[in-house]
Design a protein around this ligand. Sequence first.
Ligand code: URA
Length: 293
Amino acid sequence: MALNLDTRQRAMLAEMHVRVWSPVMAPEPAPVLETAALAHEPTPVHAPVASPAPHVLVPVVPAAPTAHAAALAAAPVRHETQRPEGLDQMDWAGLQATVASCQACTLCSTRHHTVFGVGAPAPQGQVPQVDWLLVGEAPGENEDLQGQPFVGQAGQLLDNMLRACGLSRAAEAGPEGGGIYITNVLKCRPPGNRNPKPEELAQCEPYLQRQVALLKPKIIVAMGRFAVQSLLQHSVPGVDNTPLGKLRGQVHSYQGVPVVVTYHPAYVLRNLPEKAKVWADLCLAMAQLQGRG
Ligand code: URA
């Protein structure tokens, strides 16, 4: 994808480091007022933004294990209550019920609701028929209260951008597909919208894995660094230290599903010029989808 970045912009992008997850229990960071993703997206580049991507197919990046994946697997995890066995065989209704009653980490004690996800209508307990899966970070305050992902301002921006692509979270998939599903890496709100902790991510990631396996989307859009790190930890060496800007513009892979990386809508709300980049990323996702027919 042509980003039309000049040398100065490229240098600035190279400086846009993302914070490393530590597998060791870290002291809790001070709470932030807005969605946590805001604080951790890269410093905005206030320069002419890239135009939408041309509809060019990009090869899927092959999978390779990373140090992060190994470290996370070895991380000491404090189980509040073990997740049930057999998650990898669970159907959609079972998965929904399991998430709704999950007590695998301490977030269960502060949440009002779990937030499983939302998307194309489907009969109760049935897997929605979708082409797109959009993955964010974690529920915020509104999402925790309503039990739905992306219902706040960031959600409005997301809905607007999806509409521009002819997509809607509420629409049924048409004869040519197009249904979408929106979820988060974490299904419970971190108090004060603090960053997810490694042990919380480790406990919650299997739910996302199973959602992907059941939904079988044709494209995944990873929004923000926690979604990106969760989805690409097994396939992109050094993903924790790689600025999001460097992961954009190529098609990655998660469980064999193409993954496009983009900025978190909450970050874009604060850095509106970045909207054009998200639009470019969505164009890349659409091109990938069309190429798969
Ligand atoms: N931010 C997210 O990452 N997810 C939500 O559901 C809401 C805000």
